[in-house]
Design a protein around this ligand. Structure first.
Ligand SMILES: Cc1cc2nc3c(=O)[nH]c(=O)nc-3n(C[C@H](O)[C@H](O)[C@H](O)COP(=O)(O)OP(=O)(O)OC[C@H]3O[C@@H](n4cnc5c(N)ncnc54)[C@H](O)[C@@H]3O)c2cc1C
Length: 411
């Protein structure tokens, strides 16, 4: 009965949105042999493809690197990336209560760096090309206009297609304003911060020695993250008006200002790439799967870019979705069943909720001028500096959950 009805569906799985989380989910699910489509306006619009040159770099933890190795994308990303062996936090506020400088060193944990910093534009291009090469993965150019989940299938209407398509389940990777999330009747909790981030990459005179440096300032952190050679990525968080002004500076003035703000710790700064400007806000879906629709990436969670958590969470979403769908296919069951929805929801909330809270508190502890909060932050960093086991525990938990890591991301 189930199998007969499922034959009506054009696809086993449809992925909405071809950002990095959606592309990884689509590639992994197609890798199980199911018939998959991924839908995004960027496949139809050449201008959108060009705009895909993203100013951001993303620090991917070892689990994410393992996924990219599995998808055979890592060799290309590896060439222009750099390992993060050390992370230094410097209190750059002018406050009376200053926290000590803390340096985390991955050698304390073992033989792997904390993460690899990868240009996001390149990562997206590699993923798009891999998706284009996959036989059982259709790339559909267009914007999803409506999604209706009914009975054993989901109907998807796309602005460029005269007929709707159907599938057994939808992976919603359509970003923070997700239409698919609304279609699943999933509510969100959302909030914003009085901040914006300027991101780009740049060259510098002194070597970064595979160390990221976070300058903690009262408007938010300014973070330098190593790339290949004498280049680094930048995430510079400021009050919105200041960020707008920094975004609009000439290239020379921008490099000069960045050098000044970072005490020329990397020497002379030059050759900054085009900049991106990003709002700083937060969002968490109240459920991560419902009505045959599973949320991955920013459709499920948005975090401030602190501690490199956002896409790392998104990749764990994608890997778990693919794992659950692949296991279900093996026993020839419904890949959109309530059981899968509930399992995915339960397992992802254990990872997403605590990280969202920690990143939120870290950001608020910087921007609020409340002395006891500043004192607590300083004390916390002092203890991390002094107590090795505590420091190692924090480093380990920062990278990925201690248990329940999707199989493809495990060492
Ligand atoms: C400055 C900055 C630095 C960051 N650094 C890091 C880092 O170091 N490490 C880390 O892990 N994370 C980092 N992040 C977070 C990371 O960049 C994001 O988590 C990630 O890019 C989100 O990817 P996504 O695929 O979920 O969403 P998106 O990239 O937003 O993709 C959504 C896609 O859905 C498509 N779409 C939307 N609506 C529809 C529709 N109706 N129909 C069809 N398609 C649709 C869009 O066209 C888009 O292609 C950073 C973020 C910022 C802002």
């Amino acid at each position: 009965m189930y199998n007969q009805q499922m034959k009506k569906c054009a696809y086993d799985v449809v992925v909405a949105g071809a950002g990095p989380a959606g592309l990884v989910a689509a590639l992994l699910v197609a890798g199980t042999g199911l018939k998959v489509a991924i839908i995004d306006p960027l496949f139809a619009d050449k201008k959108a493809k060009k705009a895909n040159a993203d100013a951001r770099t993303v620090a991917l933890m070892q689990g994410g690197v393992r996924l990219l190795k599995h998808l055979d994308i890592w060799p290309r990303c590896h060439k222009v990336s750099a390992p993060l062996w050390r992370m230094r936090l410097i209190d750059h506020t002018r406050r009376f209560l200053k926290a000590p400088t803390v340096t985390f060193d991955a050698h304390e944990l073992g033989d792997d760096p904390f993460a690899w910093n990868v240009p996001l534009g390149l990562l997206n291009r590699c993923l798009q090309e891999a998706a284009g090469d996959m036989q059982n993965l259709d790339l559909i150019g267009g914007r999803i206009e409506a999604v209706v989940s009914q009975g054993l299938e989901v109907e998807i209407s796309i602005d460029t297609q005269s007929n709707s398509i159907s599938s057994s389940c939808v992976i919603a990777a359509d970003g923070r304003h997700s239409l698919c999330r609304d279609a699943a009747f999933i509510k969100v909790t959302s909030w914003s911060y009085p901040q914006k981030a300027v991101a780009c990459s740049f060259s510098h005179g002194l070597p970064h020695e595979d160390m990221s440096i976070e300058f903690h300032r009262s408007a938010g952190p300014l973070t330098l993250v190593p790339l290949e050679g004498n280049r680094s990525g930048l995430v510079w968080i400021e009050k919105p008006q200041d960020a707008d002004e920094i975004f609009q500076l000439s290239d020379d003035a921008f490099c000069h200002e960045l050098e000044k703000q970072t005490d020329a710790v990397l020497g002379r700064i030059s050759k900054a790439s085009p900049r991106g400007l990003f709002p700083i806000d937060g969002l968490t879906a109240r459920h991560f799967a419902k009505n045959r629709i599973m949320l991955v990436g920013e459709a499920a969670h948005v975090l401030p870019p602190i501690g490199a958590q956002g896409l790392n969470l998104g990749l764990r979403d994608a890997a778990l979705v693919a794992e659950l769908i692949g296991d279900t296919k093996l026993v020839n069951e419904d890949v959109g069943s309530d059981r899968i929805m509930q399992t995915y929801d339960r397992r992802r909330r254990l990872d997403i909720f605590p990280r969202t809270v920690v990143v939120d508190r870290l950001n608020r502890s910087l921007i609020h001028n409340f002395a006891p909060l500043q004192g607590a932050r300083g004390l916390g960093l002092f203890m991390l500096n002094q107590i090795g086991p505590l420091r190692r525990e924090v480093m380990q938990r920062g990278m990925q959950p201690l248990n329940d890591v999707p199989r493809l991301m495990q060492a």
